[in-house]
Design a protein around this ligand. Structure first.
Ligand code: NAD
Ligand code: UFG
Length: 339
């Protein structure tokens, strides 16, 4: 079985490539490297001692996508490629809509032309907006609070319309909660461009001494310690969720929707403590105002994925912090130094 991984050089994509190769899938990666480095794929090959095909190509260029499909008999696509910074999406929405929506439409049109109708899409817990209750189940109402989230919601709707128009499509919408951590080897991990927006990459750069302190965005939420609560999931558990989805997708199930989370929430202060224990470093922090657009708490009900895919996140918060720190220590400047 040959899988095309769009965005495969990125954070979640590279970890998924490792698990695909471990399961003996043939892997073809398409990535324009706009937010990643080809070095991640070199490391994927080193970890697995297997090879993969790489196309530096852009989903905004239909011809480049068609070249990949004409040179390989693709059985299914895992579609990670997209822009993902929430704040940036508010300042430059058109770039986000063009890249994420047009890129996906181009991909789907080429898949249709080549009669490849199996796709797994990277959606996000952001499609639940501010949930009325917790834990979040797949059938909860959907809404978007920023352009990035709107691209996820719109792509989910596009894929559902496509399925309703042609039942030969098999589509899995995987809604990720908060991926953190890194491969246990410390060879691949999250390599944010510039100052990180997300909590764990930020904490990690405070621990290594690149940033002086963490700003904790609000301690007056209706949560046990007043700080925001999220469902952090180890990126390898998340990658394995894709591995469990593929065999199901190839049984012609039609449309599938799953939450990929652990089912547990941790606060910002709990994350700081967890990281201090893993790194043996003090993480200085200051309480500042809430970040606009943030919700108080969000965690998944992952029961559906467990029942239907036999998938469950196994790694603990201590594993997530330990593996993030191992990656950060081994690669203080991310992939930069290897280039
Ligand atoms: P990432 O930025 O590390 O990976 C995305 C990859 O897509 C990058 O390598 C980038 O170069 C590539 N890309 C972007 N636009 C492209 C285009 N037009 N053509 C070809 N390649 C393109 O991000 P990630 O954290 O690995 O996220 C992967 C997917 O999961 C994204 O769709 C993201 O929205 C989604 N997601 C991520 C999170 C998270 O917190 N990391 C949470 C929920 C959902
Ligand atoms: N936080 C801080 N300080 C920081 C960064 C974050 O206190 O410097 C807090 C936030 O207020 C929030 C928690 O840490 O309470 C987690 O914030 P992240 O930015 O790490 O994650 P979010 O839950 O805000 O958003 C992430 C992705 C979105 C995705 C969403 C759901 O950035 O793209 O998870 O999957 F949609």
């Amino acid at each position: 079985m040959k899988i095309l991984v769009t965005g495969g050089a990125g954070y979640i994509g590279s970890h998924t490539c490792v698990e695909l190769l471990n399961e003996n899938y043939d892997v073809v990666v398409l990535d324009n490297l706009s937010n990643s480095s080809e070095e991640s794929l070199t490391r994927v090959k080193n970890i697995t001692e297997k090879s993969l095909e790489f196309y530096k190509a852009d989903l905004l260029n239909k011809k480049q996508i068609a070249t990949v499909f004409s040179e390989h008999k693709i059985d299914g696509v895992i579609h990670f490629a997209g822009l993902k910074a929430v704040g940036e999406s508010v300042s430059i929405p058109l770039k986000y809509f063009h890249n994420n929506i047009t890129g996906t439409l181009n991909l789907l049109a080429v898949m249709n032309d080549f009669n490849v109708k199996n796709i797994v899409f990277s959606s996000s817990a952001t499609v639940y907006g501010d949930p009325a209750s917790l834990p979040i189940k797949e059938e909860f109402p959907l809404s978007a609070t920023n352009p990035y989230g709107r691209t996820k919601l719109m792509i989910e709707e596009i894929l559902q319309d496509l399925y309703h128009s042609d039942k030969n499509w098999n589509i899995a919408l995987l809604r990720y909660f908060n991926p953190i951590g890194a491969h246990k080897s410390g060879e691949i991990g999250e390599d944010p461009c510039g100052i990180p927006n997300n909590l764990v990459p930020y904490i990690s750069q405070v621990a290594i001494g690149f940033l002086p302190w963490l700003s904790v965005f609000g301690n007056d939420y209706d949560t046990p310690d007043g700080t925001g609560v999220r469902d952090y999931i180890h990126v390898v558990d998340l990658a394995l969720g894709h591995i469990k989805t593929l065999p199901k997708l190839f049984t012609n199930p039609g449309l599938l929707i799953y939450n990929l989370g652990t089912g547990s929430g941790y606060s910002v202060l709990e994350m700081i403590k967890g990281f201090e224990a893993a790194s043996n470093k003090k993480i200085p922090y200051k309480i500042v105002d809430r970040r606009p657009g943030d919700i108080a708490a969000c965690w998944a009900d992952p029961a559906k994925a467990q029942e239907e895919l036999g998938w469950k996140a196994n790694k603990t918060l201590a594993d997530m912090c330990k593996d993030t720190w191992n990656w950060q220590k081994k690669n203080p400047n991310g992939y930069l130094e290897s280039l």
